[in-house]
Design a protein around this ligand. Structure first.
Ligand code: FE
Length: 142
């Protein structure tokens, strides 16, 4: 699913395998390394991405899938924990063939080409999540 190289300070350079789903692969990596707090950034190429939009007025989620070849211009996000498991919060911006961009809160994305990530960990730091009734979001719990 991925190859990685460890850097000083418990940071990792990752190369995800072609055709894998990014959130799945990153979650598997966090489980393998026991990462429960950290940050993620990266670039790559995909042929499908599904985003989630939370309408603050209705607190309803609207999901949308873009099935086309796109370049990841930025993947950024954080790792915390919920129920003792890694909890990924990722946002993705990607560019289309015509160089316009789409993006948002990432649910899933399928690699078609490559995906290169940097994962930084916060060893010994506990950052949880709690469901916030006002926003409908799982907010940081410090
Ligand atoms: Fe988000």
């Amino acid at each position: 699913m991925y190859k990685f190289k460890e850097l000083p300070g418990q940071r990792y350079v990752l190369s995800l395998d072609n055709h894998v789903e990014i959130v799945e692969a990153l979650t598997a990596f966090c489980l393998e390394k026991g990462i429960l707090a950290g940050q993620v950034s990266g670039i790559g190429a995909i042929n499908e991405a599904t985003f989630r939009f939370l309408d603050p007025a209705t607190k309803k989620y609207v999901d949308k899938t873009f099935a086309e070849q796109m370049e990841i211009t930025n993947l950024t996000g954080n790792i915390s924990q919920k129920d003792g498991k890694p909890y990924l919060h990722l946002h993705l911006t990607c560019s289309r063939r015509d160089y316009t961009c789409v993006g948002g809160h990432l649910l899933s994305a399928r690699i078609n080409g490559a995906c290169e990530l940097l994962v930084g960990t916060f060893p010994g730091v506990e950052i949880g999540r709690y469901p916030d009734p006002e926003t409908g979001l799982n907010l940081y719990k410090f």
